[in-house]
Write a protein that binds this ligand. Sequence first.
Ligand SMILES: [Zn+2]
Length: 253
Amino acid sequence: MAWQLELRKLKACCLSSLRSISCCDLCGENVNNSFLLGYSLPQALLCQNCVNDLPYFNQQLVAGNLLSWPAIYHALPNIHFEQLFALSPYIYPFNKWLAQMKYLGRFELAHLFSALLCAQWQAMVKHQALAPVDLVLPVPLHIKKWQLRGYNQAHLIAKCFAKQLTFPYDAKLVVRIKNNTSQMGKTGHQRRKNLANTFALQRKLASHIKHVLIIDDVVTTGTTVSEISKLLKQAGVETVTLVTVCLTLPKSN
Ligand SMILES: [Zn+2]
């Protein structure tokens, strides 16, 4: 029908103008392209001034690995991963965005986090010799929590990050077999106890996989990724790098 065709054209036209012009999420200025630092986004989200003002950790100061910063290394005892890469402390605007993604369903923010992580990662590897990345994994959710929530925010970010950097990605290798109580408010020791035997590998790992990147949205004690790292090390992995949007350090352990 001709009128249906016209309606489809009108819809496509409206969508394309919405895509090409949008407002910066932080200052409200018009942003008219959907590329951020060379990485494509489903819609433009930030103007260049706000990108330049984001409160990143100083990657040059820590040579890309936040564990080389004594204050961070000592705040994360008993960890089983070698490298930690985070964009920012858990502060504005990242804390606002992470909450909006989790509770308001703003999934387009996963693309923003991924583009920012990719750009910082690329900047870091220019100055820092790293072992080649053999596999990228998200921190998994228990199936019941995934069904209840409808998504795993770590998976949304990790899938995008791996695709942009053409790293192999597997969201199903590690599964969460125990639906633990929340880690909030627990000490490091209590978190480790709560997480014991929580994860399992779904299959045997290929022998060439030596360096694995695990992606999360927010890291506090590193206990969750540490438990996954232990499993991967038992399966032959040599180096685990934790990549996260935010790092919020515990006050005490
Ligand atoms: Zn702006």
